[in-house]
Structures are given as structure tokens and as C-alpha cells.
Design a binder for this molecule. Structure first.
Ligand code: TPP
Length: 895
């Protein structure tokens, strides 16, 4: 505890205290006579004079460990002390119901889990928001967006219970969603999950770090819609309440500078700094608050430290020589936690006992008063002042660093304890103490039975609760499942070039971009399309869109672009349509999610296309995609430069052979790996129909490639097969083998069919598999239906391949597990080829030979199937050499 603080140093270095006092007095007099603007101006002039004089002076970013807002600057509390008293009682009731919910569930089933301590620390932060700030959507207002710290969910349920939105039965089914469902009762999900509670939760925050970055991009997307004239300018805010431990996630901090760069003063973060995470202190040997102050402040945010409650104000007033502030500055978080976990006498001795002056300050308080000294995040008055300042701050986003105690009010059972995060059971004595601490009107028996408590409808508390929410537009959180439709243009109107391609050369990426360009021109749909890139637009041939629809920039274009003379110049505009996110896949997908949930969040359906390097999608930002799925996102993810052997030169970290394996695990994601432009066009058309017309909560993952090839026209009657996962592209009367080619390897399968015919006189038919995952899902559903006596529908793949027993050989540019996923539904010998192993840089031809997926290897593999047992090793070597294959080559997975 011998830390030297800046204030210590100042005192030691101050060679002329009288002079210092004069300077400070001058500042005060300017402030008084001419106001803060003038004072700030003078300070910045001084700073620049210091720079000119070569002083190399810089403001130490960290301010003392005290509240940013001085007591005299606090906005008055609406309703004053009476309202505070009622709201404190309400907060106590929320606390109890939340605690009872978790303890009850775990009394019944010890495995259910849940958290008490997090909400105990966050309750007051939420309550001030609910009573005074969080605006719900109504006829006048589109509603604020609130990101709730996930493991505080019981508290949000507790409030919904008091508001009459959830019943006792709902609460009794906390974390029992399946049991609840079988009884016709909505069980309560562990964390905010819009998929599971679609009328309630808006934003999934259960995976740490996803809430903060998503909140920033939602706030940004609101501005995007306003600047493009899609919605009128509005006073909506995004509030995000997050944990201090959660701030360690890279995603939590990843977009801070975007928020200030774009001047998102519609955004407020409240960081619940209870100084603990799951295992222990967030920064035992330092101050997480100061660290966050530096990070957010450095990124350009308005930072409000909310550290101490009103009962500290008189103590600071008595702190004439600054010893109290010094002591707080040097008390590290680990010690603050210990103070939280101990009682008044301990704190008097250990904290106020550090010096005679401190002891004198402490002497003005009883032990009990010391014990109850509040941290800022537990003082409604201080919280209100901070929120009020944040809501009225202009030009920058605000972060409120609210210091609280983890497990606040849980007494010796939990407050400030190392293990408090996971505490979900409490002894009767602890429960009784909790009741007494929060003055809950419940009998011992009611406490023992963990009865939920709801005051009478005409009680002061309930009237106040209702009045506050009515004034703010109703209850919250509330997810609105808008059914607004957007007309989708006829396929021929924007994709004729793909449907009647007539062997014109193009890549599927080029076809997609061309189609998107056409869709953007559609008089109805056009403005709803949101092209999103993470600094790869040129890679995908999208530069023409720069000029066509412009790149969104809140400031417009303040410079003359270098290429102004070119028709495709780099055009930034305030009403630009493209979201060019720079090199942040996490940011780009968060933008995509904002657009993909706009139908619900803004009541305005948008159609985002996020086009990215397919390897940097599911693999890199898979959890953000999973959260988007939970959020019922609707839009297109376009995995470009896809296919492990199709990307060619880029090598191991760029070549994607796995995204289709991962995307197949997301229930509401329909994944396609089209080979042809017309297939891609049909898939996008289907997606638009389902998402914009039928309002289905699905999204599409479509891989496209940069390999140019002759594009055939669409055969008649192919649509159903394309969408269900396979259709025949090369028929044959009596095939000896059936080849299934997927995506870019379809052409290898077709070439193999020719090779088999020309060199070996073997007839093959070829199918284009647009989606192994759709085939597999259909297969699983049919198989289960049969098992459960619910019907005898045949899987699409089995229907297509029926009437023939010839072997089936599938080839994919993804790992073999992808084509393996349909094995169970094929009534014939089934062989798969894929691209398991690390990619590497070389030509497509070399890569396809290396992974044994080119026409020659398909041909050789087919022969091994057809000539089974009838050839000697010598003859096989002979066939291989005829095909130009090396049978001695090592397996790709070993290299
Ligand atoms: C990505 C991710 N990693 C780990 C967890 C597990 N987890 C849930 S809460 C938590 C601790 C949170 O600490 P903090 O953010 O400080 O919140 P507090 O509960 O202290 O308010 C952890 C590690 C998670 N939910 N998500």
C-alpha cells in the first residue's frame, strides 16, 4: 500500500505552494466570471503555449479516484427524496425476487445454475434506467435499445414480474424452458435470447464482448438510416450495461474509436465496475476504473466516473488536505474488494486507521454508517445525475464507470467474496439477513419458502412503477416482430444475364456483384440493400458501386479523392449506401447484424449483403454470427474467394475448407455453395422471398468464387433442386457411376465424367450439389419422421438418386465431413473426396492434385470403385500413370 500517486508527487514537487494557489485562484475566478467555455479555452491555450515552449507536457489521462460530477453540478432527482425512497424499495423488491428465482431453481435442481451477485451489484444501475431513462417504443418514439448484462437477467425478469408481464409461473420456470414448454408455460432463458423469448429479449449478450461491439454498431446504424433519409432524425439512444471484467474481451474495446469518430452521442455505456469477475478481482493490483478511463478517454469518449455515494460528499468536504482522496487513489481494487467483504469496524481500522486525519474523518461516522457507505453505483441520486449528464452530452458517446459492490447486500454470504459470482444457494439465516437488510415485508416462513413478492396494485410502489414506465412509453425489454414486407423484383428483372448466360465467362462473384448492382437500382427494393465490406470491395470487383451508391460517411467527403477523374472514383457521402468498415470483420458483421435486425429494431426491413473473404467469416467471427442467428437476423453473408483449392495463391490462412461445416450447425442459416451464376441468382431470389416477403427468420450463407468460367444458361425445372440442395446437370441413360460435384469442383466432376467416358468407356451422370447441409437437414427430418411414425417422406437426395444402384461419388472444395453429412440418405455405395489439410499457395491445378480432388483423381477414385478387386496393384499403378497421377504422394493432412 505504498503507492506513490500523482498527487503525492505534486505535493512533494511543489516548490512554491503560494504561486500554485494563485494560478488555481485565477482559474476559479475565470470560471466564475466567464464560465466553463472560457476556462477550457484558456487551458487549451496554455497547453499549446507549453508545447511551443518545448515543455513536452501532456495531461495525465487519469483523474483522481473520485466522482467526475461534483455534487453542486448534479441534476436534481425527479420527485426528490420521496421518489428515491419509493424507488429504493422497488429495487429491494427486484433484488429479492431475482434472488428467490435463482435460489428456488437451484433448490429444486442443483444443476440449473444462475447468478445472484451480478444483479445484486447492478440493480440500482438498471432501476434508474428503467424509472427515468430507458424509452420504450410507442407511437411517438421508436424506442431506445438497451443491452442488458446477460447474467443480470433474473433482475430483468423480476421487474417484468412486477410490471405484470411475467407471471409467478414464468419465474418458477427460470432456466426450465423445456419443462415450461411441455406445460404450456414460457420458461425463462438463462440469458437474453431473442430466439427463445422473441417477444421479450432484443439483444443476446450472453457471450461476453458481443454486447458492447453490437451496441456501438446499432447506434451507428441508426445514424446511417437517418443520414440516408430512411427514418426521420430521432432522439433514440442505445444504452449498454456491461461488466468491468467483460471489458477484457477484445471485441468490447474494438470499436471504441468508431463510436467517437462518428460522434455517436446517441450511445451510453454503463460499466458496472464491481471490481470482480468470475475468479476474482478484475485488476487486483490496480484500478480497472482508471484503466477504462484511459482507454475510453483516449478513444475520444466522454468519461464519467461514478465512484462514491452521496454519503461520501461530507467526508470529501472535510478532507482539507486531500488525504482521503490520496488514500482512495492508492487503494487498489483487490483491497477495495476486501473492504466490501468486511464490516464497519474492519473498514474503520484498515481504511480510516491509516492516518490521524483519516481517522478524524472516520470518527464522524458510526461503525454501521461506515459499513453502509455507498459506492456510486448504489446511490440512485448519483446514478441519475450521471445518466442525465450522459443523455445530455453532445458530440461524443459517453461511458459511465459506475463503482459497485459485487453481491451488494448479500452480507457475509456473498458481498465482495471471491466466490460470489457462482453463488446460487443461500442458507436460511442469510436469506433472513437479506430481508432485514432491504426491509422486505416478508415473514420468516415466506422467506423460507422463497415466495416471490409483489406489492398490492394500489400501493405507492406499484403506482410509481407504472407511472414511470407509462411516461417512458411502456415496458422494456420488448422485441417487436415486425411483419413489414418489401416487394422483391422478379428474378428476370435483375438476373437475366445469369439465367441466360449462354456460356459467357464470369465468376460467381462477378455475377453476384452484377446482380447486387441491379438490385440497388430497383425502385422499391434498391434503397433497402446494404452492401457491407471489410476493405475488400476491390478484391470482389465492387468498385463500380462506390460511384453508383456511394460509401457512407457521417461527414460526407471532406477531401478531393485522388481518383476524382475516374468514373469509379472513391465517393464518400453522407447518404452513401455502402458500409465500408475497414479491416474489422468483427465490426463488419456487427454492422450486418444491425441491418439484418432492422426489421425488428427499427420496424424497417433492410437487406444486407456482407461480402468477405470466406475464411475470415465463420472461423474468425463465428460467435458474432451465432449471436446474429439468436437475434433472428435476416440477410446474406457472402463468403467470397471461397474454396480451399479455388482461391489459389493465397495459401494456408486464406483458403477456406471449413466454413460450410460450421455454417451447417446454425439452425436458421441456409448455406449454399453454388457452382453457376444461375444457381446463385435463384438462391438469392429465394432468400429475398423468404426474408422480405414471407418474413421468415432465416439468413443465407452463400459462397462465391473468383474462378472465371463459362456459365451455362439455367435448364428448365432446376429451381426446386437448386434450393433443396441438388439437381442434375449432366444426364445419362444408364450411368455406371453418379458424380456429385459441389461449387467450384462441379467442373472437375464434369471433366471426370468425360475422362471416364473417353479413356475407359464408362458412363457417368453428374449432379450439382448446391447445399450438402440442406440435403442433410432434409434427410435428418425425414429419417426422424419415419422413426417417430410421423410420415414416410423420402429425403430429396434419396428421391433424386433412386432407381439406380450405381455408386455415388461426391467431391467438395471443403473438408470431407461436408459431403459425408448425407451418407445416411444414400442407398448405394458412397465415396467422398474433400480438402482436409492445410492449404498452401499454388495454382488451382496444383492444389486440386495435391488434395486429390481434380478430374483425374475423381476419375481414378471412380475406377477403384467400379473395378473393385479385379485389378492387381500393378494394374492400378498403370492406370494412375495413364492419368498422370502419383500414387506414392503423401496424404494432404500430413503436410
Ligand atoms: C465469451 C465468454 N467467456 C466467458 C463467459 C463466462 N462468464 C460469464 S460471466 C463472467 C464474469 C463476468 O464478469 P464481469 O464482466 O466483471 O461481470 P460481473 O458479473 O462481475 O458483473 C464470465 C467469465 C462468457 N459468458 N462469455
Amino acid at each position: 500500500m505504498d503507492m506513490i500517486t500523482p498527487e503525492h508527487l505534486i505535493r512533494q514537487l511543489d516548490s512554491d505552494a503560494a504561486e500554485t494557489a494563485e494560478w488555481i485562484a485565477s482559474l476559479h475566478s475565470v470560471l466564475q466570471a466567464e464560465g466553463p467555455e472560457r476556462a477550457r479555452f484558456l487551458l487549451s491555450q496554455l497547453a499549446s503555449a507549453a508545447r511551443d515552449a518545448g515543455l513536452n507536457w501532456r495531461d495525465a489521462r487519469i483523474t483522481p479516484y473520485v466522482n467526475t460530477i461534483r455534487p453542486q453540478d448534479e441534476a436534481p432527482y425527479p420527485g426528490g427524496a420521496d421518489a428515491i425512497a419509493i424507488e429504493e424499495r422497488l429495487a429491494s423488491i427486484m433484488r429479492w425476487n431475482a434472488l428467490a428465482m435463482v435460489v428456488r431453481a437451484n433448490r429444486a435442481y442443483g444443476e440449473l445454475g444462475g447468478h445472484i451477485a451480478s444483479y445484486a451489484s447492478a440493480a440500482d444501475l438498471f432501476e434508474v434506467g428503467f424509472n427515468h431513462f430507458f424509452r420504450a417504443r410507442d407511437d411517438q418514439h421508436a424506442g431506445d435499445l438497451v443491452y442488458f448484462q446477460a447474467h443480470s437477467a433474473p433482475g430483468i425478469y423480476a421487474r417484468a414480474f412486477l410490471e405484470g408481464r411475467l407471471s409467478e409461473e414464468n419465474l418458477a420456470h427460470y432456466r426450465q424452458e423445456i419443462a415450461g414448454h411441455t406445460k404450456g408455460i414460457q420458461g425463462l432463458s438463462s440469458y437474453p435470447h431473442p430466439w427463445l423469448m422473441p417477444d421479450f429479449w432484443q439483444f443476446p449478450t450472453g457471450s461476453m464482448g458481443i454486447g458492447p461491439i453490437s451496441a456501438i454498431y446499432q447506434a451507428r446504424f441508426m445514424r446511417y438510416l437517418e443520414h440516408r433519409g430512411m427514418v426521420p432524425p430521432q432522439q433514440r439512444r442505445v444504452w449498454g450495461v456491461f461488466g468491468d471484467g467483460e471489458m477484457d474481451e477484445p471485441e468490447s474495446l474494438a470499436a471504441l474509436s468508431l463510436a467517437s469518430r462518428e460522434k455517436l452521442d446517441n450511445l451510453v455505456f454503463v460499466i458496472n465496475c464491481n471490481l470482480q469477475r468470475l475468479d476474482g478481482p478484475v485488476r487486483g493490483n490496480g484500478h480497472i476504473v482508471d484503466e477504462l478511463e484511459t482507454l475510453f478517454g483516449g478513444a475520444g469518449w466522454n468519461v464519467i466516473k461514478l465512484l462514491w455515494g452521496s454519503d461520501w460528499d461530507p467526508l470529501f468536504a472535510r478532507d482539507a488536505n486531500g488525504e482521503l482522496v490520496d488514500a482512495l487513489n492508492r487503494t487498489v481494487d483487490g483491497q477495495l474488494q476486501t473492504f466490501a467483504a468486511n464490516d464497519g469496524p474492519f473498514n474503520r481500522e484498515q481504511f480510516f486507521g491509516q492516518s490521524p486525519s483519516l481517522a478524524a474523518i472516520g470518527a464522524t461516522l458510526t461503525d454501521d454508517e461506515i459499513d453502509r457507505l455507498k459506492r456510486g453505483g448504489h446511490d440512485l441520486r448519483k446514478i441519475y445525475a450521471a445518466y442525465h449528464a450522459a443523455a445530455n452530452h453532445r458530440g461524443r458517446p459517453t461511458v459511465i464507470l459506475a463503482q459497485t459492490k459485487k453481491g451488494f447486500g448479500m452480507g457475509s454470504a456473498g458481498q465482495g467474496k471471491m466466490t460470489t459470482h457462482q453463488q446460487k444457494k443461500l442458507e436460511l439465516d442469510d436469506l433472513l439477513q437479506f430481508r432485514d437488510r432491504f426491509k422486505l415485508p416478508l415473514t420468516d416462513k415466506q422467506i423460507e419458502n422463497l415466495e416471490f413478492y409483489k406489492p398490492a396494485a394500489d400501493s405507492e410502489e406499484m403506482k410509481h412503477l407504472r407511472a414511470c414506465r407509462e411516461a417512458l412509453g411502456g415496458s422494456l425489454p420488448r422485441r417487436i416482430d415486425s411483419k413489414v414486407q418489401v416487394a422483391v423484383p422478379a428474378l428476370e428483372s435483375h438476373a437475366a444475364f445469369a439465367l441466360d448466360a449462354d456460356n459467357k465467362e464470369m465468376s460467381t462473384t462477378m455475377a453476384l456483384v452484377r446482380m447486387m448492382g441491379n438490385l440497388l437500382k430497383d425502385p422499391v427494393l434498391g434503397k433497402h440493400v446494404v452492401p457491407i465490406v471489410a476493405d475488400e470491395a476491390r478484391t470482389f470487383g465492387m468498385a463500380n458501386l462506390f460511384r453508383q451508391v456511394g460509401i457512407y460517411s457521417a461527414q460526407g467527403q471532406l477531401y478531393q479523392p485522388e481518383d476524382i477523374g475516374s468514373i469509379l472514383y472513391y465517393r464518400e457521402a453522407k447518404d452513401g449506401q455502402i458500409l465500408e468498415e475497414g479491416i474489422t470483420e468483427a465490426g463488419a458483421i456487427s454492422s450486418w447484424t444491425s441491418a439484418a435486425t432492422s426489421y425488428s429494431v427499427n420496424g424497417l426491413p433492410m437487406l444486407p449483403f456482407y461480402i468477405y473473404y470466406s475464411m475470415f467469416g465463420f472461423q474468425r467471427i463465428g460467435d458474432l454470427i451465432w449471436a446474429a442467428a439468436d437475434q433472428r437476423a435476416r440477410g446474406f453473408l457472402i463468403g467470397a474467394t471461397s474454396g480451399r483449392t479455388t482461391l489459389g495463391g493465397e495459401g494456408l490462412q486464406h483458403q477456406d475448407g471449413s466454413s460450410h461445416l460450421v455454417s451447417a450447425t446454425i439452425p436458421n442459416c441456409r448455406s449454399y455453395d453454388p457452382a453457376y451464376a444461375y444457381e446463385m441468382a435463384v438462391i438469392v431470389d429465394d432468400g429475398m422471398q423468404r426474408m422480405l416477403q414471407q418474413n421468415e427468420d432465416v439468413f443465407y450463407y452463400v459462397t462465391v468464387t473468383n474462378e472465371n468460367e463459362a456459365q451455362p444458361s439455367m435448364p428448365a425445372h432446376a429451381r426446386e433442386g437448386i434450393l433443396r440442395g441438388m439437381h442434375r446437370v449432366l444426364p445419362c441413360e444408364q450411368p455406371a457411376i453418379r458424380l456429385l460435384g459441389a461449387g467450384p469442383l462441379l467442373k472437375e466432376a464434369i471433366a471426370a465424367a468425360r475422362l471416364l467416358d473417353e479413356k475407359f468407356g464408362i458412363k457417368a451422370e453428374v449432379w450439382s450439389v448446391t447445399s450438402f447441409s440442406e440435403l442433410a437437414r432434409d434427410g435428418m427430418a425425414c429419417e426422424r419422421a419415419r422413426r417417430l411414425q410421423q410420415g414416410d417422406a423420402k429425403p430429396w437426395v434419396a428421391q433424386q438418386l433412386q432407381g439406380n444402384s450405381a455408386p455415388v461419388l461426391a467431391v467438395s472444395d471443403y473438408v470431407r465431413a461436408v459431403p459425408e453429412s448425407i451418407r445416411a440418405y444414400i442407398d448405394a455405395r458412397y465415396i467422398t473426396l474433400g480438402t482436409d489439410g492445410f492449404g498452401r499457395s499454388d495454382t488451382r491445378a496444383a492444389l486440386r492434385d495435391f488434395f486429390e480432388v481434380d478430374a483425374k483423381w475423381i476419375c481414378y477414385t471412380a475406377l477403384t470403385e467400379l473395378y473393385q478387386g479385379s485389378k492387381s496393384p500393378e494394374q492400378w499403378r498403370e492406370i494412375a500413370s495413364q492419368l498422370g497421377l502419383d500414387l506414392g504422394k503423401p496424404i494432404a493432412t500430413s503436410l
